[in-house]
Design a protein around this ligand. Structure first.
Ligand SMILES: [Zn+2]
Length: 359
């Protein structure tokens, strides 16, 4: 079967997109957007059947603010789904997603990126589960009450905190997936030892190909597979390619600085902002084929049942060449077939592996 035909037939799942950030900013994902990577129209065009919306909070805000922001993001997600007039529906488990797929409805799952909104209260974790949150990324770019981040120089707990251990046990009890993307290597080790359920990385690449603390070592990939979990490959170009990353980070820092100033004074700083943006986008980006290189690497290490895609769309400034937004996802299927993957293997990678964990 041709890639295009196969892709249309398959159930395709993306385990991480940051579209709720855009919902908070007032974007309407029920119309085809010029900006951003994702809306329901482009989702359908890209043959994507289910997407996890990340309820993301930064570690820099106060816990109460984080809780409120998480609630707002969930509410905006429900609003956007309702406004779709049946085009999309919130899914709570694999059966929901399969039923939606059968009737041509797009599924939106909720995942929480950063445990900050649960503060130090397991009952809040439970409440978020009841609202539909099916995985939690334990922290983001800072250490929190649960564990340390891979992004910090100074670690606070050197792994999971005592509260973090309770969180892992409660997530196991609730049947909420534990997401290890963004956490420190020591936190990862503690979770692997403690968790009784499958552990996932919802948007992480391979350190053997691109050396970055956000990426997973081969041992970590093996550990995730040993829990029955899945590594969902991130599309963020600097996580895909070290050479690109070296040139990209300074341009990205400059862009973020310019953006901050521009937001404070849009008239005065517009030229500087546009210039920084142009320079960042002028750098030649890795292609979608490098996403498939990372998929290949995981398959070679642990087999075809432990890998998938977690694009990070709408959470990343740039996307790979050839898959600039969600409507272009078919290229991944085509490239997998090109490399000799069977149709059954493609089916597992593009959706069934992650769906299995939601059964
Ligand atoms: Zn992330």
């Amino acid at each position: 079967m041709k890639g295009k035909d196969l892709h249309k037939k398959l159930f395709v799942l993306d385990s991480h997109c940051d579209t709720p950030i855009r919902l908070l900013a007032g974007y309407d994902i029920n119309i085809r957007g010029e900006e951003g990577h994702f809306d329901f129209i482009r989702m359908e065009e890209g043959g994507l059947n289910a997407a996890f919306f990340a309820i993301y909070t930064p570690n820099t805000i106060e816990p109460d603010t984080a809780t409120r922001r998480a609630l707002q993001m969930i509410a905006r997600t429900y609003d956007a789904v309702e406004a779709s007039n049946g085009k999309a529906a919130v899914a709570l488990d694999a059966q929901d997603a399969r039923d939606n797929f059968e009737s041509g409805v797009l599924s939106v799952f909720l995942g929480m990126e950063n445990g900050l909104p649960i503060q130090k209260d397991l009952s809040l974790l439970r409440l978020f589960y009841d609202m539909g949150v099916r995985y939690m990324t334990l922290t983001h770019a800072g250490n929190n009450e649960i564990c340390d981040s891979c992004a910090t120089k100074e670690k606070r707990w050197n792994g999971l905190s005592p509260f973090g251990e309770e969180v892992v046990k409660e997530m196991n009890r609730l049947g909420m997936l534990i997401d290890v993307s963004h956490i420190s290597d020591d936190s990862f080790k503690d979770i692997i030892k403690l968790s009784k359920g499958p552990v996932v990385a919802t948007h992480s690449c391979c350190r053997a190909i691109a050396n970055h603390p956000r990426n997973l070592t081969d041992d970590m990939i093996k550990d995730i597979a040993s829990t029955g979990g899945v590594v969902q490959i991130n599309f963020y170009p600097p996580f895909l390619d070290s050479e690109y990353a070296e040139k990209f980070w300074p341009l990205c820092d400059a862009f973020e600085e310019a953006e901050k100033r521009w937001k404070e004074d849009p008239v005065k700083y517009i030229d500087e902002y546009e210039q920084a943006k142009r320079e960042m986008f002028a750098l030649k980006r890795p292609s979608y084929k490098q996403v498939v290189d990372h998929i290949d690497h995981v398959v070679k290490l642990v087999g075809v049942q432990h890998v998938g895609i977690g694009t990070d769309f709408d959470g990343i400034e740039v996307a790979p060449e050839g898959v600039e937004s969600v409507d272009k996802l078919v290229v991944i299927t085509e490239e997998l077939l090109e490399r000799g993957y069977s149709e059954d293997s493609v089916k597992l990678i593009l959706g069934e592996n992650f769906l299995r964990l939601l059964e």
